[in-house]
Design a protein around this ligand. Structure first.
Ligand SMILES: Cc1cc2nc3c(=O)[nH]c(=O)nc-3n(C[C@H](O)[C@H](O)[C@H](O)COP(=O)(O)OP(=O)(O)OC[C@H]3O[C@@H](n4cnc5c(N)ncnc54)[C@H](O)[C@@H]3O)c2cc1C
Length: 391
């Protein structure tokens, strides 16, 4: 039987980045990908590098917002990981970190921004609250409706089509083996390690496994007889035609679903968490088929964009698409070793374009036997009770 020190399931940003880090550290690594590299959420996303606390953590009361504030410590590490990645990989990834504005249009939203900035400052993230007039001196493209903004100097965006293929190339160059069109169907205990297998008859023995399969992570954990509270969600993205430089920042809205940026090529990318509809079959959600676009999401998303940046109303929409990612039961990512199954690691859920490089670097340390306290806030241990009845 084939063997490797580490098997990684999933060729998205997290899987490829972890394969690279572990191979650099000298481990023998096999990455197994059902399709091709970057065909999951990592290649479909908005490319936002958002280090401010996300709006979705603020809309469900102070308890969740306080809990989520702990993620800022990881965001601060992610700032450094993104700053260095083009140099480390020797690749052009269109990383632009020219600052980010989270805007507010009503007095209630302004109060939300102020509370958010307090939480962030307590966690060591430098965020400034400015009124609408000052926001427009930084960002003249903003509408007069904007009453205030939180300004985070390090935010920005990068090219989702470039980063994961570059990480995959770096992983291969460092000695990792990346096997495409190799879906994993079984994960079983084998001595102190694991045996993975596929329906075409292959099997692989390994000491450690990382399940980094995005929206498919929960069904894969079920193959290892584990519950993992991760749920697929389908989101909408839109791109306008190219235009002259207009928006150098990442723009988000504290009270409406909106993320907005201009790519290196000149297109405006508009997203922010508007829902699409997951395909279904007789057994439930069908992740093998594309999610469908919801017309009300499209109009709502574009309305939020043109209300915030009026010049967008003059640009044709070039393309809209749907992408599928995973969200956890408490909205925080689930990253780390599963206490009930030593040697099995999980990484999924949340905004892992922004945080994926950091998760990978920390996971590679944890999987090499180092103590990594930074991952405590996202550890699967917080859901261990769900596996208390699994034989
Ligand atoms: C529309 C959209 C916009 C987003 N915008 C942002 C953003 O702006 N900023 C941000 O931080 N995050 C964003 N996200 C989230 C981000 O894209 C994901 O968190 C991140 O890409 C997850 O990467 P991953 O490597 O975990 O998973 P994925 O990229 O989904 O990769 C998982 C891989 O696992 C493979 N796989 C599945 N089952 C198997 C199997 N049985 N065997 C082998 N391989 C398997 C899949 O084929 C896939 O390639 C967005 C997501 C979406 C959908």
């Amino acid at each position: 039987m084939d063997r490797a020190d580490v098997a990684i399931i999933g060729g998205g940003l997290i899987g490829c980045a972890t394969a690279w880090r572990l191979a650099l550290a000298g481990a023998s690594v096999v990455l197994l990908e059902a399709g091709d590299v970057n065909t999951g959420a990592s290649g479909q996303n908005a490319g936002s590098l958002h280090f401010q606390i996300e709006r979705r953590f603020l809309e469900n009361g102070d308890a969740l917002a306080d809990q989520a504030a702990g993620i800022v410590a990881l965001s601060r590490l992610a700032v450094e990981d993104w700053r260095g990645i083009e140099r480390e990989l020797g690749a052009r990834l269109h990383v632009a970190m020219k600052g980010g504005l989270m805007v507010a249009e009503t007095p209630e939203q302004v109060a939300l921004l102020e509370r958010k900035a307090d939480r962030e400052r307590r966690e060591g993230l430098s965020v400034e609250t400015v009124d609408g007039a000052i926001a427009r001196t930084h960002a003249p493209y903003l509408s007069e409706r904007i009453l205030a903004a939180n300004l985070a100097r390090d935010e920005g965006h990068a090219d989702p089509k470039a980063i994961t293929p570059a990480l995959a190339a770096a992983a291969r160059a460092a000695g990792a083996e990346l096997r495409m069109h190799t879906p994993v169907d079984t994960i079983a205990r084998h001595g102190a390690g694991f045996r993975l297998g596929g329906s075409s008859g292959w099997s692989l023995a390994t000491d450690r496994v990382l399940v980094a399969a995005g929206a498919w992570t929960a069904p894969l954990c079920a193959r290892a007889n584990l519950h993992m509270p991760l749920y697929p969600v389908a989101l909408l993205m839109n791109a306008t035609v190219r235009t002259a430089p207009l928006v150098p920042h990442l723009v988000q809205h504290v009270g409406r679903r909106l993320s907005l940026k201009q790519t290196y090529a000149g297109n405006l990318l508009i997203g922010g968490g508007w829902p699409s509809r997951l395909a279904q079959n007789a057994r439930g959600f069908d992740l093998s088929r594309k999610a469908s676009l919801i017309p009300d999401s499209l109009t709502g998303n574009l309305r939020a964009a043109t209300d915030t940046v009026p010049a967008i109303a003059g640009l044709d929409l070039l393309r809209s698409w749907t992408g599928v990612t995973a969200i956890s039961a408490d909205q925080l990512p689930i990253v780390g070793e599963v206490p009930r199954m030593p040697g099995l690691y999980v990484a999924a859920g949340g905004s892992a374009f922004t945080l994926g490089l950091t998760f990978a670097r920390l996971l590679a340390g944890a999987m090499s036997g180092q103590s990594v306290p930074e991952l405590a806030i996202v550890s699967p241990a917080r859901f261990e009770h769900l596996n208390g009845f699994m034989g």
